[in-house]
Design a protein around this ligand. Structure first.
Ligand SMILES: Cc1cc2nc3c(=O)[nH]c(=O)nc-3n(C[C@H](O)[C@H](O)[C@H](O)COP(=O)(O)O)c2cc1C
Length: 195
């Protein structure tokens, strides 16, 4: 029996990227997965130092078949977090595509019954969003973007959170539940060995 980890996928969104990296710095036993756009956006926003400061292993989207997702079949993860999730990745997830590293993570998490927590960029018809070089811009998600988020909310093994506070508290709840189960299973194994 081995302790499982948390997988965290980042997509190419400036919206709540800073805050997602800040939460990541507070967590342990995490692997980070970047979409190809995320790798660009992190450099564009000047957040490479914040990514490095998390201290977590980072997987990049470099293979056609998304080779790292086999880790879900090895039972490495108890939870997948996708934050921030672009309109693009949400649309693909909502329609069952798995043609990139992050959409594959979501698909394989679903197929191995690993729970996903998603923070979608498009939470409301009107938003303030962070652009590069520390300035804010107004964004108006389209009807299709909001519909895709709503569709994803109905999916099994998926929790779509509305804001960073909800993301953080839901992660904490999952970690508490997981560690309790792990501890319980460990005690049972120890009891069996002692018999
Ligand atoms: C500076 C910059 C900021 C961006 N921010 C967002 C964003 O907040 N939300 C979003 O949905 N797309 C955003 N995009 C567009 C995505 O990066 C683009 O749709 C990309 O294809 C998404 O790929 P991915 O979903 O595989 O990460 C941004 C692009 C740039 C250049």
């Amino acid at each position: 029996m081995h302790a499982q980890r948390l997988a965290w996928a980042i997509t190419g969104s400036g919206h709540y990227l800073r805050e997602s990296l800040a939460i990541l710095q507070t967590l342990q036993d995490v692997d980070i997965y970047l979409s190809r756009a995320a790798a660009e956006i992190i450099r564009q926003y000047g957040f490479q130092d914040q990514l490095d400061a998390t201290g977590h292993k980072v997987y990049q989207d470099k293979t056609a078949s998304s080779i790292p997702v086999e880790r879900f079949y090895e039972g490495v993860y108890h939870t997948l977090v996708i934050s921030p999730a672009t309109s693009n990745t949400i649309a693909k997830m909502a329609y069952g595509f798995s043609d990139s590293l992050v959409t594959n993570l979501y698909a394989q998490a679903g197929k191995t019954r690993v729970h996903s927590l998603v923070f979608a960029c498009d939470t409301a018809p009107e938003l303030e969003s962070e652009a590069p070089r520390d300035h804010m811009v107004k964004v108006y998600p389209r009807q299709i973007d909001l519909e895709n988020v709503a569709k994803l909310k109905s999916f099994a093994d998926t929790t779509v959170v509305e804001d960073m506070a909800a993301l953080q508290s839901t992660i904490m709840q999952r970690l508490a539940t997981y560690h309790e189960l792990y501890l319980h299973a460990g005690i049972q194994v120890a009891d069996q060995l002692a018999e």
